[in-house]
Design a binder for this molecule. Structure first.
Ligand SMILES: CC(C)(COP(=O)(O)OP(=O)(O)OC[C@H]1O[C@@H](n2cnc3c(N)ncnc32)[C@H](O)[C@@H]1OP(=O)(O)O)[C@@H](O)C(=O)NCCC(=O)NCCS
Length: 343
């Protein structure tokens, strides 16, 4: 068994396929109800990052060149180096688990974080999977817990949803933008996000950072498209001021076109209580139904304490699924624990 650094930008296609197969094998054990990943834009999904961020990857093979010969990959790990935190992912093929490979892959990522001067690392861990025991065994602390909610489009009451989509107070209108908001709305869009960010201290690690200024928003949309993730945006516009009063973002991945990810939904505090949150999310579902015929489900993540959003999601038919836990650890502690400091 050997672990080596691996670059998805230049790797042969057969290796990209081998990594995909291992990810799907892991998922069918850990998250059996989730749709399998497809090869469409999978290389881009692994290779592309936001400007200023880097992802470093490792592969575990049974012998040198095994993946290039089309043999299954035993495991994969990567670390996304962003700002002042590294975000890791470790995945071991179910047939290769409990033999120390997860620990070895984790070690490779931590060694890199240490040599690049990162003080802490974070990881998203799915509740009810062996990864919880794995990270807790390595001293990771749970920093934040969200609940994933899944909506089956087949369960949606479209008549009722139609009433929600139009049930918005006077003085607002709803706009739909497949692909992202138009350039002239970037400023207003980013401003709405910034106002809401300032009004909360959600306490999470920002492993999925949001876009609070127009330039970052532009870069973020470009990156989404380049990774095969198609964004859809619905906005609630306050007619008197032209400001963005509410927004909701959904992404449909080329790699999993049957299940969309609902990203941020935001209603600016001054515009709450007019039915905007419900209306923009309901309108989004109508648009997705006609634009993405392969789509069968939408998933979203909510904090326990975000009661207004939980209520809107419940009205739309989202059902709570699993915990999604953010863990963190200090790099020097892991270097000691994993004995990585030596030559
Ligand atoms: C978490 C994961 C990486 C662990 O890989 P692994 O190779 O089995 O881990 P290791 O053998 O290095 O285990 C190291 C330690 O972690 C703990 N651990 C790992 N798996 C465990 C389990 N199933 N139950 C309890 N403890 C566990 C143990 O303390 C273990 O030490 P031990 O075997 O000496 O008792 C692996 O289960 C995995 O890939 N899970 C899926 C993660 C993922 O991201 N999935 C995404 C698609 S759903």
């Amino acid at each position: 068994m050997m672990v080596r650094e691996w670059d998805p930008r230049t790797a042969p296609s057969v290796e990209i396929e081998a990594v995909l197969a291992t990810l799907n094998a892991a998922q069918s054990v850990d998250l059996p109800d989730d749709p399998q990943w497809r090869i469409d834009a999978f290389r881009e999904y692994l290779a592309v990052t936001m400007p200023g961020e880097r992802r470093v990857c490792w592969l575990a093979e049974s012998s040198p060149g095994a993946a290039a010969r089309g043999e299954p990959v035993l495991g994969e790990a990567n670390i996304l180096l962003l700002g002042d935190i590294g975000v890791i992912e470790v995945c071991v093929h179910p047939k290769a688990r409990r033999g120390g490979l997860g620990r070895e892959l984790l070690g490779a990522a931590i060694r890199r974080a240490y040599s690049e001067g990162f003080a802490s690392i974070g990881v998203e861990v799915v509740g009810g999977t062996p990864a919880i025991d794995f990270y807790e065994h390595h001293g990771f602390r749970c920093a934040y817990v969200e609940i994933r909610n899944v909506l089956k489009l087949s369960s949606v009451d479209w008549m009722r949803l139609g009433e929600m989509a139009t049930g918005v107070g006077s003085g607002y209108h709803i706009e739909y933008y497949p692909g992202g908001p138009p350039e002239e709305l970037y400023e207003a869009y980013a401003e709405a996000k910034e106002i809401v960010r300032e009004s909360y201290d959600l306490g999470d690690l920002e492993l999925r950072p949001s876009s609070y200024d127009p330039n970052r928003l532009r870069a973020s949309l470009t990156t989404l498209h380049a990774r095969g993730l198609k964004p859809y945006i619905v906005l609630g516009i306050h007619e008197k001021t032209g400001k963005v009063a509410g927004l909701t973002e959904v992404v449909v991945p080329a790699q999993r076109p049957t299940r969309a990810d609902q990203y941020d939904t935001i209603v600016v505090p001054a515009h709450r209580g007019y039915g905007l949150g419900r209306a923009i999310k309901a309108r989004m579902l109508f648009e997705l139904r006609s634009s993405e015929p392969r789509l069968t489900e939408v998933q979203t993540w909510n904090a326990f304490e975000n009661e207004p959003m939980l209520k809107v999601n419940a009205e739309l038919g989202f059902l709570p699924d699993r915990q999604w836990r953010e863990y963190e650890a200090d790099v020097p502690d892991l270097v000691r624990l994993l004995n990585l400091a030596g030559p």
